[in-house]
Design a protein around this ligand. Structure first.
Ligand SMILES: [Zn+2]
Length: 155
């Protein structure tokens, strides 16, 4: 497995990251570090889940190390998990378009991500991996670790 340098799209909801970090810090224990990790496909949710890390959550009121923000029929919702859950979902299937070089991955069961040139798209979140492409387009399948941003070739 070879490591590749590549960028992929983050912050699907275009959340105001600094503002959200300030909000999460205000709910955490003093001295807590808070950062945005990535958008994850979680538990077959239809829409992407934005994941933030909080180093010292307030466990007295049930908070956990990872905060999930996701869209639902009720609007944006918040939930949480600890490292065991997030680590289980960290590695996702992805594809690189060899025309525009974009790396794309599906962030939720009904989230389709298309590369810039439109040759390939992926779908399925963590429920399944569906890759569609225009006839004759070239691509490589990859794995992304969403905790480390490391991208590895499949073959
Ligand atoms: Zn492309």
């Amino acid at each position: 497995m070879k490591r590749l340098k590549a960028k992929f799209k983050q912050n699907y909801y275009q959340i105001d990251i600094p503002k959200t970090i300030e909000w999460l810090k205000s709910t955490a224990m003093p001295g807590s570090t808070v950062k945005y990790i990535n958008d994850f496909p979680l538990d077959e949710k239809a829409s992407p889940t934005a994941v933030f890390y909080v180093s010292k959550p307030n466990r007295a009121i049930g908070h956990m190390n990872y905060v999930h923000l996701f869209n639902s029929q009720y609007g944006m919702l918040v939930s949480g998990s600890d490292a065991d859950v997030i680590e289980k979902h960290a590695e996702v299937s992805a594809a690189r378009c060899l025309e525009c070089r974009d790396v794309v991955y599906s962030k939720g069961r009904h989230h389709v991500e298309t590369c810039t040139c439109g040759n390939i798209n992926v779908d399925g979140g963590d429920a399944y991996f569906k890759l569609s492409c225009r006839p004759g387009s070239k691509y490589r399948t990859l794995k992304i670790n969403l905790l480390t941003n490391k991208i590895t070739k499949c073959q």
